[in-house]
Design a protein around this ligand. Sequence first.
Ligand SMILES: Nc1nc(=O)c2c([nH]1)NC[C@@H]1CN(c3ccc(C(=O)N[C@@H](CCC(=O)O)C(=O)O)cc3)C=[N+]21
Length: 275
Amino acid sequence: MRPGLAIIQVGNNPSSLTYVRKKIALCEENEVHHELHHFPESISQQEIVHQIRTLNQQGSIDGILVQLPLPPHLSRLEISNEIKPSKDVDCLHMANFQNLLQNGEDNDIIPCTPAAVLHILDSQEIDVRNQNVTVIGRSQLVGFPLSVLLLRRNAKVTICHSETTVQEHVEKADIVISCAGHKELVKGEWIKNGAKVIDVGITRIPGTNKIVGDIEFHKALTKVSFITPVPGGVGPLTVSMLFKNLYRVWCRSNGLQLNIDEQDEELDYAQNYQF
Ligand SMILES: Nc1nc(=O)c2c([nH]1)NC[C@@H]1CN(c3ccc(C(=O)N[C@@H](CCC(=O)O)C(=O)O)cc3)C=[N+]21
């Protein structure tokens, strides 16, 4: 039995179209069974819930992903909590999220973007212990869970958001992780010499195919000892992590022992990333 992924997409948000296309391309490359349920913006809450309940019951589907953001008339919270927790590859269901807070990295599922950031820290052998780590953004999918996971690694975490100043917290940071999605929010000159920077933000330049990060990349380059670019940094790795999560839930639902080596292999062939 192949792993199966269902993607639910609502409306035609241009970024979502790109990301969903990438996920489907990877499913095809890796012979993962996939279904895209693409609904018009006007779909009702009830219809989405009905679709999720059908997928919850479907044996060929191991993972269910609701592409965010959803249009404002839909309740993300209610929709997330309809996903059967064992099929929730994004860790959106409240029960999974609670477990994540309790279990940290030992949890069954770590949301894809925080997992991508931790993977970068590990692969670069960046130890966050007792380091000043400034996280910009507190979203449920990225900034908030990431901050908790870093705290559990004994970092000194500062979380910035729309109501805080950013500059002073960047200036004192040994590690900056920006997940705001605001073009060049972080000025290169704010960054401490030798700091390490992970840029999670993605902003599309209107009328072009270009995307940029939260960090003033070229100015930051003169200061940092490590930085991830946009494009070609955290983004592609996020998609790899989705496949890692899918592999985990598939193993679990088939009663297979999770083999970490195999899992890493899975990750490598899912996506090769380079900085
Ligand atoms: N339920 C849910 N789960 C998600 O994991 C999720 C989501 N909703 N909503 C949106 C964010 C964003 N996200 C990205 C996926 C791929 C790239 C990616 O491949 N980026 C490429 C280029 C993309 C491009 O060219 O536009 C890069 O940065 O090099 C980026 C970002 C997943 N997200």
